[in-house]
Design a protein around this ligand. Structure first.
Ligand SMILES: Nc1ncnc2c1ncn2[C@@H]1O[C@H](COP(=O)(O)OP(=O)(O)OP(=O)(O)O)[C@@H](O)[C@H]1O
Ligand SMILES: [Mg+2]
Length: 218
């Protein structure tokens, strides 16, 4: 099992959007620690449109969260959508993650948010005596933007960050698909091809990371 945790202590960066699309692309359930429950709504639209519901688990306590993962089948992956706030359950999610995905765009404000989240990762790493690293994915940027040096330079400077190559642009088709209860990989509008490719690219990068990790673990 690989636990893919989409996390950032800053709100509104696209965690739920990415968790939703990634879980559908990978055909895995979602563990929802985001109190806004936006994915539950998307799932309702999905059911209304006669699609098979996504499994969304919403543990009500830290214990329920840990118990759930302990009983989870070894051969399946799971996507965890962490709320945009710091809490002990969210920290447990960061600690047990096989990979942490942290969405950001190139706004200065977002970069400042990354510094704060890095401090949390550092604190957790020290406490748990293990390097808790996050993979930055550029999300919700203007489709014409090409230069993300500011983010690359930043991740080079901070030990616990690594930048993924995938860039997910701001595209209306993401929310259009979600309003129909669909992931972008299920959405067949011609316009959605680039959005679809970006999610598939993220999935590929994550799958490679998981494979390498399994090799190291033997
Ligand atoms: N790549 C994108 N293209 C278009 N819209 C996007 C993209 N990424 C995020 N958004 C939009 O930005 C808003 C915030 O996204 P989302 O709810 O996924 O953020 P979040 O990090 O989960 O927020 P919270 O911390 O509050 O849970 C949503 O309206 C979402 O549709
Ligand atoms: Mg969210």
């Amino acid at each position: 099992m690989a636990v893919i945790v989409v996390a950032h202590s800053k709100g509104g960066v696209g965690k739920s959007l990415i968790a939703w699309n990634l879980a559908i692309a990978k055909n895995t359930p979602i563990l929802d620690l985001d109190y806004q429950k936006s994915l539950v709504f998307a799932n309702k639209f999905r059911i209304n449109n006669d699609y098979k519901a996504i499994k969304i688990m919403q543990p009500t306590s830290q214990k329920e969260f840990i118990d759930f993962l302990e009983e989870y089948p070894e051969d399946k992956d799971i996507v965890v959508d962490v709320g945009g706030f710091d809490s002990s359950t969210n920290r447990v999610a960061l600690f047990i993650a096989d990979i942490i995905i942290t969405p950001v765009n190139e706004d200065m404000q977002e970069i400042a948010g990354l510094i704060k989240f890095h401090a949390t990762l550092e604190e957790l790493s020290t406490k748990m005596n293990k390097k808790v690293k996050a993979h930055i994915v550029i999300n919700n940027v203007n489709p014409n933007s090409k230069d993300f040096a500011i983010v690359s330079d930043f991740s080079d400077k901070y030990e616990l960050y690594e930048k993924l190559n995938t860039v997910i642009a701001r595209r209306a088709d993401f929310s259009k698909a979600m309003k129909e209860g669909l992931g972008i990989t299920e959405y067949t509008k011609d316009s959605s091809n680039k959005a679809r490719q970006s999610i598939l690219s993220l999935k590929k990068e994550i799958d490679i990371h998981i494979k390498n990790m399994e090799k190291i673990d033997g």
